[in-house]
Design a protein around this ligand. Structure first.
Ligand SMILES: *[C@@H]1O[C@H](CO)[C@@H](O)[C@H](O)[C@H]1NC(C)=O
Length: 580
């Protein structure tokens, strides 16, 4: 399955690195490669620059060129470059100088800037990440120091590398005209850590306390029980009363007869299945929502099974692959819905469906890319990668969506609503202000947001700070609870709306659930100002751009689930209405 992705990143992926990086097995005194990755401010893990964008120098050893990265790595801004340091498996190395730089004005300025901004750099040995700090600010804020000595303590277990520690030593005052000599040393130690456990030291169980997760899940679960009970009770009672009243026409009391023998939701049976406004956009959104839901569940499932955090960029690569592979779902659900709503321009609908999300993502990425290029950040996506993403959209996603659409239109494109739609739309009566869709919609997102915001904190923190997210089991539970809450809330909202004789439930249920994303975005804004220390144009656009995408996708997912749940409910209650 990876062949496909590899094919579309022609030339990028044809790697020429030694096989040991893949097997993780070494023989004595075999070469171990130290890759330099990125530097960036400590306060924003996502703002990174290539390591050698700082005036560091390369070691004497040559022959290995730029590392060839996968699509996921490229999109995440991985920039592996060979350090030039000579490291051999189990071969201790005493303190050795590997290069020297002359500190001219410009280099001095760059180093001082990076020390002032708490720059950290990241390296990899045998896929294990290592972090080191660039320098230190003097006690009176007037002098700046650079760490020049790197001591590597590498633990091995048999023929595998299981542990790496880096210690920065020997700080040098940054002064113009100075010559700075960089040194390193390597000490190999036998270790009892097994290869399977070697990533455990990067996980932070103190931060991802299980107690907090269980507490949050318990809270949401209580809310779910309450909501489901509420929905069940209110609706069953009301519906039963309505059914009873409807079937026993003769036994109605006088007052009700005066009010007319039909009221509330039943009044509008001739309009409730009328196509919503903008059916093309609506079905494209719903189709994409189905696909997103599937991608979300699959990727979380794979992350639980596969411990994806141990591999650079694998999450993104798998996400892209799963997204492309699930495109037929998008076509199927979007296309069939559009056919049922009586839409005729199905090709246009299909193209909108296929490119809705990729277009939004690429548009945002493109915009941020401009800024990244301006800042020379490693986040800047190379042209070849953009091209391969474009190819993926046109040659994989679009044809698969077409297949789905054709299947969807033919297999389930026939209108199947239980009530006929009247020729003339019924006017929507005046109602109390709190029954208006524009009030229901923002209220709809409150409870779903309430059920996820604790987990949001962990997700944000692992994305924007140096934490590895690994509790995907909890994430799955939270997502499931969220979906249940969303369905309950939208059903209640739609019921109120229909009872007020307003038949615009399609968009209302979609938007009421989708408004969760607005709360998530507001929370992200709060998080930006109070929990992170980001600053500057690049960090700000990067943060708000990608957060908008994230919240938008979440809203699309919730909206779709809410709409589908409500559709089941509406179809169910109207199928029992007897129409004379
Ligand atoms: C790395 O540091 C940890 C914590 O200080 C220590 O337990 C471990 O033995 C060290 N590993 C090596 C190879 O020195």
């Amino acid at each position: 399955m990876w062949k496909l992705l590899h094919f579309f990143s022609v030339g990028i992926l044809l790697a020429s690195i030694s096989a040991d990086e893949h097997t993780h097995l070494y023989t004595d005194s075999e070469e171990v490669v130290l890759w330099m990755n990125t530097v960036g401010p400590y306060h924003n893990r996502q703002e990174t620059y290539a390591y050698f964008s700082l005036p560091f120098c390369v070691g004497p050893k040559e022959e290995i060129s730029h590392y060839h990265e996968t699509l996921g790595e490229a999109l995440q801004g991985v920039e592996l470059e060979f350090s030039g340091l000579d490291i051999d498996f189990k071969g201790d190395m005493a303190k050795t100088a590997y290069c020297e730089i002359d500190l001219d004005e410009e280099r001095l300025r760059t180093f001082i800037y990076s020390v002032k901004n708490h720059y950290w750099y990241q390296m990899y040995v045998d896929d294990l990440p290592i972090w080191g700090i660039v320098g230190e600010i003097g006690p009176n804020q007037d002098s700046y120091f650079l760490w020049t000595h790197k001591r590597f303590d590498i633990g091995y277990n048999g023929d595998r590398i299981v542990d790496v520690n880096l210690t920065s030593e020997n700080k040098v005052d940054l002064k113009a005209g100075a010559k700075i000599k960089f040194t390193y040393e390597v000490n190999w130690k036998p270790s009892k850590v097994t290869f399977e456990e070697r990533f455990n030291k990067y996980l932070d169980p103190n931060f991802f306390q299980h107690r907090i997760h269980w507490f949050s899940i318990f809270n949401s679960f209580m809310m779910v029980i309450f909501l489901v009970g509420l929905v069940f009770m209110i609706l069953m009672r009301t519906l039963r009363k309505d059914y009873a009243r409807y079937s026993k026409d003769e036994e109605m009391d006088d007052m009700e007869r005066d009010l007319g023998d039909e009221y509330g939701w039943k009044q509008i049976h001739g309009d409730v299945f009328r196509s919503p406004a903008h059916p093309l956009l609506f079905s494209a959104l719903i189709g994409t929502g189905h696909q997103l839901l599937c991608v979300c569940l699959l990727v979380i499932g794979l992350a639980i099974v596969g411990e994806l955090y141990t591999e650079r960029g694998s999450m993104v690569s798998i996400g892209i692959f799963v997204y492309a592979a699930t495109s037929p779902l998008n076509g199927y659900f979007g296309g069939s819905l559009y056919a049922r709503l009586g839409g005729r321009r199905w090709i246009r609908q299909m193209i909108t469906s296929a490119f809705l999300l990729p277009g939004l993502v690429c548009g945002t990425a493109f915009f941020i890319n401009f800024i990244a290029i301006y800042y020379h950040a490693s986040r800047a996506i190379p042209f070849t990668i953009m091209l391969s993403v474009l190819c993926l959209c046109t040659f994989v996603i679009l044809p698969l969506t077409l297949v789905g659409t054709v299947l969807g239109r033919n297999l389930s494109g026939q209108p199947n609503s239980p009530c006929r739609v009247n020729a003339v739309p019924r006017p929507i009566p005046e109602k109390k202000w709190f029954m208006e869709p524009w009030v229901i919609v923002p209220l709809g997102g409150v409870l779903p947001f309430g059920s996820i915001f604790i987990e949001m904190y962990f997700i944000f923190t692992s994305f924007w700070a140096y934490k590895i997210y690994y509790v995907y089991g909890f994430m799955l539970l939270v997502v499931i609870l969220l979906l249940v809450v969303v369905i309950c809330v939208t059903i209640v909202a739609a019921y109120f709306l229909l009872n007020a004789e307003d038949y615009r439930w399609h968009w209302t249920s979609f938007l009421a659930a989708g408004s969760t994303s607005v709360y998530v975005y507001v929370y992200a804004t709060y998080y930006f100002f109070f929990k992170t220390k980001m600053y500057g144009l690049f960090q700000t656009t990067f943060y708000f751009g990608y957060m908008a995408l994230f919240s938008g996708a979440l809203g699309l997912l919730c909206g779709t689930v809410g709409y589908v749940g409500t559709r089941v409910f509406v179809t169910r209650i109207y199928s029992t209405v007897k129409i004379d």
